[in-house]
Write a protein that binds this ligand. Structure first.
Ligand code: NDP
Ligand code: 2IT
Length: 449
């Protein structure tokens, strides 16, 4: 096992986030490997950590002044044992192959947990959408799809959104795919409702995070009613996590972006959240504007160089990191503990560094890893694919009920796997083991391919 991890590190020493994700899964599944000699003989670890295919391409585009720029595009098709590759596209300046590989790797196990038939993949670009005009974003998306279209398809690989890719980008990407292929198919999810999107898909990740948190609290006979909550991020996942917490009677005190965070002691209510949605999704402004609109709140700028984020120093019952990877370090975890946190539920992918996860687990905090907690997004993407295949559109309640059911099932599956392997209540181990076993058995069924 250690040998495999070392080989993966030596092969691509710069892919730190990928190593971090692999390390966690491999250590969690050790008891499974110990019980199954066949897994080792069949080289399962070596196969599952090597993408089935990696596509990297040039994305040239022209800005509004006629200046040409070149970005790098990626699609990592990680594993198709359970179904077509499925996973989002991320447009962010920090994107590189290691980040896309970590996200694709996590996606494989997440998708496995959803109960739906989806393999795992992820893509994106180091394009930075901040400050770009709609026309620039459109030209970039069109150029990106001019290469990507030949690698994807409704039965092959179905991308969706992630950081920097929302309804606007999915629209431009879909338009170009349709033009190039001359077919109208469910090749992307997160589409607008009028042309093949699903109700509840925009809400699904955040709602699912809170449904899972509620399930976890229930194991200790608690609910979200009256709980004080810290949420980071202010994008898609943070917004709908906040919305559902409010609906279930909790109080959200914080939201953030990469420049800083707001703390609103009175709580971010539905009206204030509507302001944030308009600010972020339409005007594409900064969270600091919240304070201009609601002067009773505090805005604290946070430099990326800081060795901890003061957002996590506030007293709270629950924390929902919903921004990006590695946003909670060991210091932040200690601050959360001192502030009385009893539940940490990851909306983002891998937002907690391994040392911080250990701190939470050692202190018996209810801790849900992203691959379980944020799986509601891709699950409803799976439901969007099902509706597209039937050319039908399910009502809001039907999709929401299915989402609730899937999150319940993810919760019980993780718990069951944790007790089967003697780590009762450890959702990290439970999610990794349950996700892994299903994928591996499918790989074995399908032979050495
Ligand atoms: P959005 O682009 O809608 O929002 C991202 C938010 O995180 C913004 O507030 C952004 O601030 C902040 N952020 C992004 N990068 C950084 C960074 N390097 N440092 C600090 N803050 C940062 O993305 P989503 O809400 O869709 O995604 C958030 C997280 O949830 C990601 O980890 C994503 O992978 C995960 N996720 C998303 C799903 C989905 O369906 N959308 C499904 C499952 C997981 P700023 O505006 O300053 O960049
Ligand atoms: O990380 C994720 O699960 C997503 N960004 C959503 C993927 C999807 O296909 O809906």
């Amino acid at each position: 096992m250690e040998n495999t991890i070392e080989k993966i590190r030596d092969k691509d020493p710069e892919q730190k986030e990928f190593h971090q994700a692999v390390d966690e899964v491999i250590h969690s599944v050790k008891p499974v490997l110990d019980r199954n000699f066949e897994y080792r003989q069949q080289g399962i670890l070596e196969r599952i950590t090597e993408p089935e295919r990696v596509i990297m391409f040039r994305v040239p585009w022209m800005d509004d002044d006629g200046q040409v720029h070149v970005n790098r595009g990626f699609r990592v098709e990680m594993n198709s044992a359970l179904g077509p590759y499925k996973g989002g596209l991320r447009f962010h300046a920090s994107v590189n192959l290691g980040i896309i590989k970590f996200l694709a790797f996590e996606q494989v196990f997440k998708n496995s947990l959803t109960t739906l038939s989806m393999g795992g993949g992820k893509g994106g670009s180091d394009f930075d959408p901040k400050g770009k005009s709609d026309n620039e974003v459109m030209r970039f998306c069109q150029s990106f799809m001019m290469e990507l279209y030949r690698h994807i398809g409704p039965n092959t690989d179905v991308p969706a959104g992630d950081i920097g890719v929302g309804a606007r980008e999915i629209g431009y990407l879909f338009g170009m795919y349709k033009k190039l292929k001359n077919e109208f198919t469910g090749v992307l999810t997160g589409k607008s409702l009028a042309w093949g999107g699903s109700l509840i898909r925009p809400e699904a990740t955040g709602y699912g995070v809170v449904y899972l948190a509620a399930e976890m609290l229930q194991t200790r006979r608690q609910t979200l009613e009256g709980k004080s909550c810290l949420v980071s991020g202010s994008g898609n996942v943070a917004q709908f996590t906040t919305e559902k917490i409010i609906e279930l009677g909790g109080k959200v005190a914080t939201l953030s972006d990469s420049s800083g965070y707001v703390y609103d002691e009175a709580g971010i209510d539905a009206e204030k959240l509507a302001f944030v949605k308009e600010l972020k999704n339409i005007r594409r402004g900064r969270i600091s504007e919240y304070k201009e609109r609601y002067p009773e709140a505090v805005y604290i700028p946070v430099s990326p160089e800081r060795d901890y984020n003061p957002l996590w120093e506030h007293k709270a019952d629950c924390a929902f990191p919903c921004a990006t990877q590695n946003e909670i370090n060991a210091k932040d975890a200690s601050h959360l503990l001192s502030g009385g946190v009893a539940l940490v539920c990851e909306g983002a992918n891998m937002p907690t560094i391994p040392e911080a996860v250990d701190i939470f687990l050692d202190h018996n905090i209810l801790f849900a890893p992203g691959k379980a907690a944020n799986a509601g997004g891709v699950a409803v993407s799976g439901l969007e694919m099902a509706q597209n295949s039937m050319r039908l559109s399910w009502p809001r309640k039907e999709v929401d009920d299915r989402l609730k059911q899937i999150m319940k099932s993810i919760h019980s599956t993780c718990l069951a796997a944790s007790s089967e392997y003697g780590v009762e209540g450890n959702y990290v181990a439970g999610a990794n083991i349950a996700g892994f076993v299903k994928v591996v058995n499918a790989m074995l069924d399908q032979g050495l391919v």
